[in-house]
Design a binder for this molecule. Structure first.
Ligand SMILES: Nc1ncnc2c1ncn2[C@@H]1O[C@H](COP(=O)(O)OP(=O)(O)OP(=O)(O)O)[C@@H](O)[C@H]1O
Ligand SMILES: [Mg+2]
Length: 233
């Protein structure tokens, strides 16, 4: 028990260090931008636009960290209730349609009208949105993402670039990003949040795929109240 407490405390200390580290980079860039803006002849409009992006990136990080800590303290009740999957999948597809089009990624939705998953609606939205945003960001042009739901199962599968096996095994870690992903915006918290939400709802997550063979995240739930049982375990 003491062992567990110590491990948990180490985890928390590591987390705080990682958050500080993540904030340092955009803060340093912001400072550099402000320095540049004070030079004579500076293109202030362009520098301000970049500064705004840095601030937005920091805000996203802070939002994600706050959300994770709310989940951990149990203030965000994840599992109470169940949600009809199809409308949420369609809503996320429609909301992300523009950015999917810009990235040349097609989003398909496959779910029966009766499928329910044992999560509150907002939690299901957060999970699906994170998974879809990732495929838009990382799958590459021409890829197709299929969001599907069956009783006890939510799946996001793209046929894009995928990841090496050693990268795949780390995607649910907080702040983990593949080398390739570092060129794009993001903090590496999305899939940690997905895992936290699904586990809090009594489910489990798994990531599969391979380089050039796409990326799939499968969320299995032990029970799907209210749904017509398919006889799956
Ligand atoms: N669909 C995908 N295809 C290829 N790689 C992916 C895919 N989804 C996630 N990854 C890899 O997993 C890493 C972790 O994803 P995660 O969503 O946790 O963080 P992020 O997208 O980098 O940042 P954030 O979600 O916090 O904005 C990504 O940086 C990327 O390297
Ligand atoms: Mg992400």
């Amino acid at each position: 028990m003491q062992e567990e407490t110590r491990a948990y405390q180490e985890l928390r200390v590591g987390f705080t260090a990682a958050v500080s580290h993540e904030l340092r980079t955009p803060l340093a860039r912001l400072l550099a931008l402000l320095d540049s803006a004070s030079l004579p002849g500076a293109d202030r409009d362009a520098l301000l636009a970049q500064a705004r992006e840095e601030v937005e990136e920091m805000s996203e990080l802070v939002d994600d960290v706050l959300f994770l800590s709310e989940l951990e303290s149990g203030r965000e009740v994840v599992a109470l209730g169940s949600t009809s999957a199809l409308p949420v999948l369609e809503e996320v597809r429609d909301r992300l349609a523009d950015s999917a089009e810009r990235a040349d990624v097609t989003i398909r939705v496959e779910a029966g009208p009766d499928v329910e998953l044992p999560l509150r609606r907002r939690m299901l939205q957060i999970v699906v949105e994170n998974l879809a945003e990732n495929s838009i960001r990382y799958a590459g042009p021409g890829a197709t993402l299929t969001l599907s739901a069956r009783p006890h199962l939510l799946e996001a599968a793209d046929d894009g670039r995928g990841l090496e096996p050693d990268e795949l095994s780390r995607v649910f870690e907080r702040f983990y990003r593949s080398d390739r992903a570092r060129a794009s915006r993001g903090t590496g918290l999305g899939l940690a949040i997905v895992k936290h939400v699904v586990v809090a709802a009594g489910g489990e997550v798994e990531a599969t795929g391979g380089p050039g063979h796409g990326f799939t995240v499968r969320c299995r739930f032990r029970s799907a109240p209210g749904s017509a049982s398919s006889g799956r375990p």
